[in-house]
Design a protein around this ligand. Structure first.
Ligand code: ARG
Length: 581
């Protein structure tokens, strides 16, 4: 079903076309009216006419052309916008169409493609830091959104499992013994493991020599070295997998495609760049100079693919991976959910891939970057000792704090019972962490603040989940299933009903906006507006004790649709929607 804006847009296109062929009406959802039309402003500018006058002419013509059938009124406002108030009848009709559509009014992608999403991507034998957590949460939401609108999504967890650090990591493993190492890695004491390896490397020259020799053995595929390397990687992946599962992400072990898997493809990357005449030798290293990238001093900036010692770089691996995704997997779009500090690196990788023909016309690579995670004090988010926060501890703390908040909202404990309280605390705690991350514009830094993210008021996970649980309780009291809610809407006489209806109808646009800009916060903002409208509706409009049967049925229909949209929205964010809280 086309969304509401699309229907009204279609009505306005002929009117705009008559004034100037191709002019766009620019219909959008608005806070002030049901819909706002912005297109008259741009049109007036190009016609060199007064904007309000053009807006009035459009309003008159559109009304005569059929807008009358869906609108109660159209008003010219401000410098020349049109504010549309839809007729109750049309709103009720649109709600009915939405309620019987399994996309809930969201539109499927016009051109579905295979999309590879590169996300999470922690480094083996090293603690996953909050940047990886952010990538995981945002990436998982994009995977769900892209899949929902009909793309074929391939998840890839591009873990760092190859390269020089493995020399020292393997030697450290040998020193402490396989059993002890396996245990430390399996329980997620990765930080300790990595730090000890690092400090041995820095302080003990003999260890450092062994580590370097080990790198050579690893590169030459010495079987015993490969066995030890496997152990390191497998134990860390098992730990990541367990915690990512607890976090509730789509990622599985099958999605792990580490840097090591591209190792066999690296020589060909360099050979082909050479054959294409793109490779330049600079101080023994082999690099490509993509146009448009320069150092501070204005000198061209190289993307180094092979170091002077023959070792391949992170960039070479990324080029091999991009090639593999396009050539072998057939991706039309590759999305990298990676922190903003890697923007230049990825930009250069994409540019070189284009130059080499590995990212042909019609295929696209996008860097979905994000800012830092800061502690409540505004500094980098770390443990009190200044170390990396352990993912398992973070999840435990989220669940514990959520349990305390819920139990504190008397009489939570008796109402839910211990088992259900545990389940709900898990959903609320983890949901709060995810929502806090997703609701911030990803390009900005975000402040990790337990108190704020677990609040039941404001733009938070618990607030949205609570609105959903309230809908569930209405249906429970009515002795009905939400899925079987009535789908006939109207009358919509109360302003709170009307506002809830308007917000509901915005779901499709919110999904489209979030997908188009890879911006989960747009979906969060929408859900917050919807949950607020529902809260007002719930306080002012009795549902089960409505004044008459028709109103009761309509309010039940509104509640049911709202519950479904909240649950779907939370699901797209990767957040659970408990039925009771
Ligand atoms: N492992 C890298 C890191 O921890 C992130 C990898 C991101 N993905 C990529 N294709 N480069 O920084």
């Amino acid at each position: 079903m086309p969304g509401l804006t699309a229907i009204v847009n279609a009505l306005l296109v002929p009117v705009f076309d008559r004034l100037q062929p191709g002019a766009s009406p620019g219909v959008r959802t608005s806070e002030r009216a049901d819909l706002q039309v912005d297109g008259a402003l741009a049109l007036a500018r190009s016609l060199h006419r007064a904007p309000r006058e053009v807006a009035e002419e459009i309003a008159r013509q559109a009304w005569a052309d059929g807008l009358e059938q869906v609108c109660l009124s159209v008003e010219v406002a401000g410098p020349g916008f049109l504010n549309l108030t839809l007729s109750d009848q049309f709103v009720a009709h649109a709600l009915g169409a939405m309620a019987t559509d399994d996309m809930l009014g969201a539109e499927r992608a016009a051109r579905p493609v295979k999309v590879v999403v590169d996300y999470a991507s922690p480094n083996a034998a090293k603690q996953m830091h909050v940047g990886h957590l952010r990538s995981t949460i945002i990436g998982d939401c994009l995977v769900r959104l892209l899949g929902f609108v009909g793309h074929q999504v391939v998840r890839e967890n591009h873990i760092g499992d190859w390269g020089t650090p493995f020399g020292m990591l393997i030697e450290h493993l040998v020193d402490i013994g396989e059993d002890k190492a396996a245990h430390e890695l399996a329980v997620g004491d990765l930080e300790l493991f990595y730090q000890q390896a690092r400090s041995a490397y820095d302080s003990d020259p003999a260890f450092a020599d062994r580590a370097r020799a080990r790198v050579v053995l690893l590169q030459s595929k010495d079987p015993e070295t490969l066995r030890l390397w496997r152990l390191l990687v497998d134990q860390s992946v098992a730990y990541f997998d367990r915690e990512l599962r607890r976090l509730g992400t789509c990622l599985t072990r099958d999605d792990v495609v580490g840097e090591s898997s591209y190792e066999p493809l690296l020589p060909k990357v360099v050979e082909d760049l050479e054959a294409l005449g793109l490779l330049v030798e600079s101080e023994g290293a082999r690099c490509v100079f993509p146009p448009g990238y320069s150092k501070r001093d204005g000198q061209p900036l190289p993307l180094i693919v092979q170091k002077s010692d023959g070792g391949y770089t992170y960039a070479a691996t990324d080029l091999a991976a991009l090639r593999d995704r396009v050539e072998r997997l057939g991706a039309g779009l590759v999305v990298y959910v990676v922190g903003l500090p890697q923007a230049q690196h990825l930009g250069m990788v994409f540019a070189v891939a284009r130059m080499a023909g590995w990212l042909p016309e019609g295929t696209e690579a996008v860097h979905v970057g994000f800012g830092n995670v800061l502690g409540p004090d505004g500094k980098m988010f770390q443990t009190r000792q200044g170390g990396t926060i352990k993912l398992a501890d973070l999840i435990d703390e989220a669940v514990e704090r959520a349990a305390a908040v819920i139990a504190g909202r008397s009489p939570g404990q008796e109402r839910l019972g211990a088992d259900e309280l545990g389940e709900v605390a898990r959903a609320v705690g983890i949901g709060a962490v995810k929502y806090a991350d997703l609701s911030t514009d990803r390009s900005r830094d975000y402040r990790f603040d337990w108190g704020r993210m677990l609040a039941f008021d404001g733009n938070t996970g618990p607030y949205i989940q609570y609105a959903h649980a309230r809908v569930c309780s209405i249906f429970q009291r009515a002795g009905q299933e939400m899925a079987g809610a009535p789908v006939a809407f109207g009358p919509l006489s109360e302003p709170e009903e009307r506002l809830l209806a308007r917000r509901l109808l915005g779901f499709g646009d919110a999904v489209a906006a979030a997908v188009d800009a890879y911006a989960p916060h747009k979906l969060c903002g929408y859900l917050f507006g919807l949950a607020s409208a529902f809260t007002d509706f719930y306080e002012h409009c009795p549902v089960l004790r409505a004044p008459d049967e028709a109103t009761r049925a309509s309010r039940l229909a509104l509640s049911g649709l709202c519950g479904r949209v909240l649950a779907k929205g939370l699901d797209l964010l990767g957040i659970e929607a408990p039925r009771r809280m």
